[in-house]
Every structure is written in structure tokens, then in C-alpha cells.
Ligand binder design. Structure first.
Ligand code: PEP
Length: 253
């Protein structure tokens, strides 16, 4: 059975004390009620709080992801954080190609490919985001856009490497807007992505990959979205900043 995953992308939110409180609340909730064994919970705080998060994670069920990584291995790249640094802090996952990185930091598919390579070299599992903008959806180009993002960003990998990935389909028009893809829209494109993977790497690989939905997912809609056969969980933005909401989503399978 494919793994269910709920990953929380904190984005640029929380101070040190707020981060501490949020993680403590998640820990308390996990102690009260066990998550299904087939569900992984990942929290992705900003870089300064990764060490706190990995410390807490040692005694708990959740795992820790970063929100970005450098395309380069090491050296004179002021402000950048390498995959080796993340690895040395026991980070297990890293988000790559989020639409906010694509939009505000001009992250292109080639950069996504390089970041994925750096992460895999260091044994960190990439959570690779793809998804179309509103004008692309309105022009019915969502399939072409997602296909290009996946082919250019990921299809240089071997099947063994590809199996390490988590894919997150995040329609840009649904991120932080309160608009959610309908369960049918999500299923349609998740099945399309799985089929693309099957054509390139075979059905066995495609069947193993967890494909998450992201975009205004919240406790009130998670169950319906996650009930689709090709939706294996969610990448959660706004709703992961409240432990209660994040936990409710994690219990929505
Ligand atoms: C995201 O940023 O990955 C995201 C899904 O955000 P939100 O849940 O706030 O739409």
C-alpha cells in the first residue's frame, strides 16, 4: 500500500518561541492519539528552526523537511543552504519547486532538477511541487504544464532514484487563496501524473509514488480530497500553522 503523507509547509512564519509552541502542541497531540502506521507526518519549518524540529522528532513520530536547498554542493554562495548541511542536521525531506520559489525566486525546471540531484546525493527525499497557474488552467493547459515540469525536472533520474520522490500537485490558483481544486479535478491530474510516471518508469514505480495535493487543504475538505484513489495525502500551508487543524487533516484518511 502506498504511504499516506501529510506535510506541513510553514513557509516564512513563526518566531523561535512560536515554533517551539507549535511543535510541542503537535507532539502532545501525537501522544494522545496515534497516527495510522501508514501515514507519515512531516513538518517543514524555516531553516533556523530545523535543529529544534529534528531534536523534537527524535522522540516522536513525525519527520522533518526543509523548504528549499541550494542547487550547488558547497562554496561561495552567500545565504544558500546545501543538501549536505541539511543531511548533517538529520533532515529527511526537502520541498523543491514550490510555486512561491518559482514565482519570486525564478526557480525553473532545470534548477528543480539540480536541487533534486543534490538532495538524492545526500539521502534526502525531495517533495517536488508542480502545478499550473490560473491562466494556464483557464486555457486548459494544466496537463501540458505539469507534464513539462515533471519531464524537465525529474525524468533524468533512474527508476531507483525516482522511487525516493514525493510529488505534490499544487494548482497555483488554489495556494493560499481559499479556492480548492474539486476532488474530481485533483483526481484527474493525479491520475495523469501517475500515468506519466508509469509510461517512463513502469507501473510498479508509479504505483509506489505518493502524490500529494496542495492548495487550501483544511480539516473541512481534506477527507473528500484524500478519498480519491490517486491522492495520497496533502502538502499543507496555512492550515499547518495550527496544531489542531494540522492534526485533523492528518486524521482525514
Ligand atoms: C502550500 O504552500 O504548499 C500550500 C498548499 O498552501 P495553502 O495550504 O495555504 O494553500
Amino acid at each position: 500500500m502506498r504511504k499516506h503523507i501529510v506535510a506541513g509547509n510553514w513557509k516564512m512564519n513563526n518566531t523561535f518561541d512560536e515554533a517551539d509552541e507549535l511543535i510541542s502542541n503537535i507532539l502532545d497531540a501525537l501522544e494522545e492519539k496515534n497516527l495510522d502506521r501508514n501515514t507519515s507526518m512531516i513538518i517543514c519549518p524555516p531553516f533556523p528552526f530545523l535543529e529544534m524540529a529534528t531534536d523534537y522528532a527524535k522522540d516522536s513520530y513525525f519527520e522533518v523537511g526543509a523548504q528549499d536547498v541550494s542547487t550547488e554542493e558547497k562554496g561561495a554562495y552567500t545565504g544558500e543552504v546545501s543538501a549536505a548541511m541539511l543531511k548533517s542536521m538529520e533532515v529527511s525531506y526537502c520541498i523543491v519547486g514550490h510555486s512561491e520559489r518559482r514565482q519570486y525566486h525564478h526557480e525553473c525546471n532545470l534548477m528543480v532538477a539540480k536541487k533534486v540531484d543534490r538532495l538524492l546525493e545526500n539521502g534526502i527525499r525531495p517533495i517536488v511541487c508542480c502545478g499550473e497557474r490560473l491562466e494556464e488552467r483557464e486555457a486548459n493547459k494544466q496537463f501540458d504544464v505539469v507534464k513539462q515540469q515533471i519531464e524537465e525536472g525529474l525524468f533524468h533520474l533512474t527508476a531507483e532514484q525516482f522511487k525516493e520522490l514525493v510529488i505534490a500537485y499544487e494548482p497555483v490558483w488554489a495556494i493560499g487563496t481559499g479556492k480548492t481544486a474539486t476532488p474530481e479535478q485533483a483526481q484527474e491530474i493525479h491520475a495523469f501524473i501517475r500515468n506519466l510516471i508509469a509510461e517512463k518508469y513502469g507501473k510498479a514505480v508509479a504505483d509506489e509514488i505518493s502524490i500529494l495535493y496542495g492548495g487550501s487543504c483544511k480539516p473541512s475538505n481534506a477527507k473528500e480530497i484524500f478519498s480519491n484513489p490517486d491522492v495520497d495525502g496533502g502538502l499543507i500551508g496555512g492550515a499547518c500553522l495550527k496544531a489542531e487543524d494540522f492534526m485533523a487533516i492528518a486524521f482525514s484518511f
